[in-house]
Design a protein around this ligand. Structure first.
Ligand code: B12
Length: 424
């Protein structure tokens, strides 16, 4: 366990294989999800003179195309793990099958080092699945594990039989993701800032990236240009936690560059924008530059939840932001608003009120089901009632936690709120 930055920096003339595991979950949607961290590392290692290759079990297990470059992902129903025994929902393996993965492993050049990334903490079953197969195939090759799960649950990650767990951010330059390792990728991904200056009580961004920093505009433009030069790429998603923060100095100059050189690209913000920053000028920039899907982080109308959300927005600011977006040219269908549900102490009525408030403006409410994330103040609160959250990351899954474990909302109430949000 530790920091493998120096080890990675020392690699040269090696064959390096990067792997993005499949997902085991009740549901999985491709919201422009690419393993950005792993792609940065592979590009960096290629620059050092290594030969790099990638197996992305999600991308290579894609099925029907959806809008804006995304795809459905193949799935196979699998047995539920013991932790989910009482949850009456089907459980799936999303992505490449075992046969396809083994076939790909037998095709790649024998690696000298294998790098496996990880996403959500409660997706570790897919990581373990990969590691077990890789270790059978290449028993003597060093295998490093990194990513979100590795950083937020390092002790658990250590039990998966890997040779090293990267437990902090790497000290390497993030220059550009090696998107060209994909066959005909339809979207690219980028991030203009690292971490978040706010400290919402339920979010792990500050734990993952203790230092908030911005990347130089020129570097971001070079990164987008590189990805946009791949002819199949038509869409680009921003992964920022705080894209609009200090917008006059960062987002506006970026937009000025984007509107000149990238008129064919469509931009997306799956991660939610800070509503308070969307004044008239900001809304015009978003529209003019080609941000097609707008997701707003409103969270709640409840002052207690707004406080836990760093007081980043109040009701009036939300109303104003929606007005500004409509005035800039967006239609209500383009704007989705995240509403949190299932926070400790949050009542059914308070979520209902937030949904009705959003709908009263004609906007679409999108429920974000809360689950505790290690390294956050709210996790410690929840773990007092559910100590098993600390030892079994599967309980950190929002489908499992929200409505089944949280004492503040029942499954029936959650379903009613979902129906209300979806207009049923
Ligand atoms: C972008 C993002 C998304 C994207 C997709 C990301 C993806 N690839 O899957 C979208 C918008 C789809 C998304 C969705 C969700 N997300 Co999200 N997301 C993020 C975010 C903001 C950034 C992740 C990222 O790409 N960072 C940038 C890259 C460069 O960093 P990185 O991948 O960590 O890589 C670095 C290291 O980890 C390391 N590394 C990575 N791989 C490897 C491998 C090796 C071998 C080594 C050595 C190192 C290494 O190198 C990199 C440089 O240091 C994080 C918060 C954050 N600030 O990290 C939340 C976060 C991961 N998401 C979170 C959550 C809760 C969600 C949702 C459940 C939200 C909701 N309620 O709907 C959904 C569910 C996802 C789903 N079902 O698809 C939580 C994690 C929850 C958990 N228990 O794990 C986080 C931490 C935010 C939070 N609230 O605290 N998310």
């Amino acid at each position: 366990m530790g920091d493998y930055s120096s080890f990675l920096k020392s690699l040269s003339h090696k064959n390096i294989l990067g792997i993005n595991p499949p997902v085991f979950d009740f549901a999985f949607f491709d919201l422009w999800a690419k393993p950005l961290g792993l792609l940065y590392i592979l590009d960096y290692l290629r620059d050092l003179g290594n030969d790099v290759s990638l197996i992305d079990c999600i991308y290579e297990g894609r099925s029907k195309p959806k809008t804006f470059g995304r795809h459905k992902t193949q799935r196979i129903r699998v047995e539920k793990p013991e932790a989910y025994r009482d949850i009456p929902r089907r459980f799936y393996h999303f992505g490449m099958t075992k046969e396809a993965f083994e076939e790909r492993l037998s095709q790649v050049k024998r690696p000298d080092v294998i790098l496996v990334t990880s996403g959500m903490t409660y997706w570790y079953l897919g990581v373990k699945w990969c590691i077990d197969i890789i270790k059978r195939h290449f028993p003597d090759i060093p295998l490093l594990l990194g990513g979100i799960y590795a950083q937020l649950c390092p002790d658990h990650a250590q039990t998966l039989g890997v040779d090293g767990v990267q437990t902090c951010q790497l000290n390497l330059p993030l220059r550009r993701p090696a998107l060209d390792l994909y066959d005909n990728p339809e979207y690219g991904v980028t991030v203009t800032s690292i971490g978040c200056p706010l400290h919402c009580r339920y979010c792990a961004s500050g734990k993952l990236w203790p230092q908030y920093s911005r990347r130089p505009t020129e570097e971001v433009i070079a990164e987008i240009s590189f990805q946009a030069s791949i002819p199949t790429v038509k869409d680009m998603a921003f992964y920022d936690d705080a894209l609009l923060m200090d917008k006059e100095r960062h987002f506006y100059p970026l937009c000025e560059r984007l509107k000149d050189g990238f008129s064919d690209l469509r931009f997306h913000t799956p991660n939610g924008l800070h509503v308070r920053e969307i004044d008239e000028l900001c809304a015009r920039y978003l529209f003019k530059v080609g941000f097609k899907t707008i997701r707003l982080s409103f969270e709640s109308t409840d002052p207690a939840v707004q406080r836990a959300s760093s007081d980043k927005v109040c009701n009036l600011q939300y109303v104003q932001a929606v007005k500004n977006l409509l005035k800039a040219g967006y239609s209500l269908n383009d704007i989705e608003t995240y509403i949190l549900v299932g926070l400790p102490g949050q009542s059914y009525e308070s979520v209902r009120e937030a949904i009705l408030f959003v709908k009263s403006l004609g906007a679409t409410a999108k429920l974000a089901e809360y689950s505790p994330i290690p390294g956050t103040p709210m996790f410690d609160e929840c773990a007092k009632s559910f100590p098993q959250l600390r030892t079994e990351p599967l309980y950190q899954n929002n489908t499992a936690y929200c409505g089944y474990m949280t004492p503040d909302i029942t499954q029936d109430q959650l379903q009613e709120l979902k129906d209300l949000a979806n207009g049923r």
